[in-house]
Design a protein around this ligand. Structure first.
Ligand SMILES: [Zn+2]
Length: 202
């Protein structure tokens, strides 16, 4: 299936990512709960998302480009399509974006739910609380990657294991725990070393 034209495809995908309809991991895209809701709603509105409609529209656009059709024809087609949708007077449930989001844990500052963003895990009450746990977190000379599983552990007060760099650049495995430190009246998340996993016996 093709989405839009080559020129508009990147923009469409970026918009879908920004609106949290889809997410991207490396070169894979997955649909999010909000995206599923959107498709459900488009279905309810009987909006034709299928290829034949797109083909119909691209044909007329190509004709206009070649001077074989007038712009008005495409506008009329669009208007007809929209009139068809509106005249059905279908009611939709309001989507609460937050209800669809997976709760990663409880905010250690204000106890509200924490959600996953593109680059961090953030407090759902972000208007009043600026707690954020960055997926790429610098700790001394290490850049740690906080995965969703690790964020869940850390937010529930548990330890998570990370590869850390010690003296003379030696790597070692250590447990980190999330702590909130207060500085100048502001609260910051802090990853504190809290023990080491047992060495595996050889
Ligand atoms: Zn909070």
């Amino acid at each position: 299936i093709e989405i839009g034209t080559e020129a508009t495809r990147t923009g469409i995908i970026e918009t879908c990512k920004k609106r949290e309809y889809i997410s991207q991991k490396a070169s894979n895209y997955s649909i999010e709960a909000l995206g599923e809701k959107l498709i459900e709603n488009l279905d309810k509105l009987e909006i034709n998302l299928y290829a034949d409609k797109t083909v119909e529209f691209s044909k007329i656009l190509k004709k206009i480009y070649k001077g074989e059709a007038k712009v008005e024809e495409a506008i009329d087609m669009t208007a007809e399509e929209l009139k068809g949708i509106i005249s059905k007077d279908i009611e939709l449930e309001k989507i609460d974006k937050n209800e669809l989001k997976e709760v990663i844990g409880e905010c250690p500052v204000c106890k509200k739910p924490v959600y996953e963003g593109e680059k961090n895990f953030y407090c759902s009450d972000y208007k009043n609380c600026d707690f954020k746990l960055w997926k790429k977190t610098k700790r001394f000379s290490d850049e740690l990657t906080i995965t969703k599983a690790k964020a869940k552990s850390l937010l529930s007060g548990k330890k998570a294991v990370f590869t850390l760099t010690g003296k003379e650049n030696k790597k070692f495995e250590g447990y980190l725990k999330l702590e909130i430190t207060e500085k100048d009246g502001k609260k910051y998340p802090n990853l504190k070393l809290d023990g080491f996993p047992e060495k595996k016996k050889k």
